[in-house]
Ligand binder design. Structure first.
Ligand code: SF4
Length: 383
């Protein structure tokens, strides 16, 4: 584990899945080794690199040191823990970050870890297993260790190595399926086709890890909306992931897809059309026992949440209720949701929340004709 790169201190990457908000973030790699998806601008212009394993170990050890300082020693007052902490001026920026990570992690229960950045499984299996073992040895109470991974990468890892990773503590993988339609996957430069997604998903499950697959409503545009819903559901029906997570397409100016929108090559759909697509997708999931989660702020319906097959009708009914609203009521809900005032359709009936949302509708002169353009602007705040 000798390395020429000097240790620059504790690091954290820019993102984690919404469901990992309480996890300790341990950065194993920097940025994305693929970095070509047309809908993703997260790492554009940033080079990919693997962090030396010894540096990851040092990050873990640094967090351990702060956890020990933060946790009261049995038999002493809780305030004593504060007294043991270094004065803020004695810590450099990276140590401050590590202290804050340790504190937030403890407040969230200190049981789960997320390995950053976008595809930790790309490093050598031996290295990943060593990191996982060090994590478990350093924090024996950890119950969950998770990571993002690309299907293309997983498809190349042997079943034996995946099983070793699982045995070392890696027990949940988040994969960006985005779509199960090959025409869309090619257009968005995902670098994986449907069969690769299915193979990778099945390999993860076979290794005994939990699997989250992300579906991106709207990614097919108007032209391929129906194929997107049907073929994505078909792929997920073959995988039967533990979680199907929704993350609706948004198109900030900075991503490659924005150029396709500007040229007319991609026709972005508004909330109503995306809702029709989502309804078709939900109704096409069959023979699986996944939990559907709508835990991303970009989604129009936070309440599409349930376990298949029992909750399928209830989840579809949420979308159907929106589609059955008259256009002015849909506008009110869209604006209420996109401004963070509403979280569920029933919020439209809350007089106080309704008044606030109506205030924005009037202030911005929102109509059924311009609502999608205004919502697109509002959604940029969440990217
Ligand atoms: S693989 Fe993930 S992080 Fe990398 S460009 Fe695609 S969506 Fe972005």
């Amino acid at each position: 584990m000798q390395t020429a790169e000097p240790y620059g201190g504790f690091e954290q990457g820019p993102i984690r899945p919404p469901s990992e908000s309480g996890s300790l973030l341990i950065r194993v790699t920097r940025n994305c080794p693929w970095n070509r998806c047309t809908f993703c601008g997260l790492y554009k212009g940033e080079g990919f690199s693997q962090r030396p394993v010894a540096h990851v170990f040092r990050d873990i050890d640094t967090v351990r040191r702060f956890v020990d300082l933060l946790v009261p020693v049995p038999g002493t007052a809780a305030d004593d823990a504060v007294g043991r902490l270094p004065a803020p001026g004695c810590l450099d920026q990276n140590e401050q970050m590590a202290l804050s990570a340790a504190r937030n992690w403890l407040l969230a229960g200190g049981r789960s870890v997320f390995l950053q950045d976008s595809n930790s499984l790309i490093i050598k299996p031996d290295h990943l297993v060593a990191i996982l073992r060090h994590l478990k040895a350093t924090f024996p109470r950890i119950q969950r260790i998770t990571s993002y991974a690309r299907s293309q990468t997983i498809a190349r890892i042997s079943d034996r190595d995946l099983a070793r990773m699982a045995a070392a503590g890696l027990n949940r993988i988040h994969i960006g399926l985005e779509s199960g339609c090959d025409r869309i996957l090619t257009r968005i430069k995902k670098g994986a086709d449907r069969e690769t997604h299915v193979l990778a998903g099945c390999k993860v499950k076979q290794a005994g890890m939990e699997l989250s697959e992300y579906y991106m409503p709207g990614l097919g545009g108007r032209e391929l909306s129906r194929e997107h819903a049907l073929e994505s559901a078909e792929a997920l029906n073959r995988i039967n992931p533990d979680f199907i997570r929704l993350r609706t397409l948004a198109v900030p100016d900075t991503i490659e897809l924005a150029g396709d929108v500007a040229s007319g090559a991609f026709e972005k759909m508004g909330d109503r059309a995306v809702s029709e697509e989502l309804l078709l997708f939900l109704q096409s999931l069959a023979g699986i026992t996944s939990r559907v989660k709508s835990d991303h702020i970009l989604n129009l319906f936070a309440e599409v949440d349930g376990i298949l097959p029992d909750d399928q009708g209830r989840m579809a009914a949420v979308v159907e209720r929106f589609l059955a609203m008259d256009p002015e009521e849909q506008v009110l809900y869209q604006i209420g949701r996109r401004t963070g005032i509403f979280t569920r359709l029933a919020d439209c009936r809350d007089p106080g929340l309704r008044r606030r949302a109506q205030g924005f509708v009037e202030q911005w002169m929102v109509t059924p004709e311009n609502v999608d353009r205004i919502c697109d602007t509002l959604m940029q705040r969440f990217i």
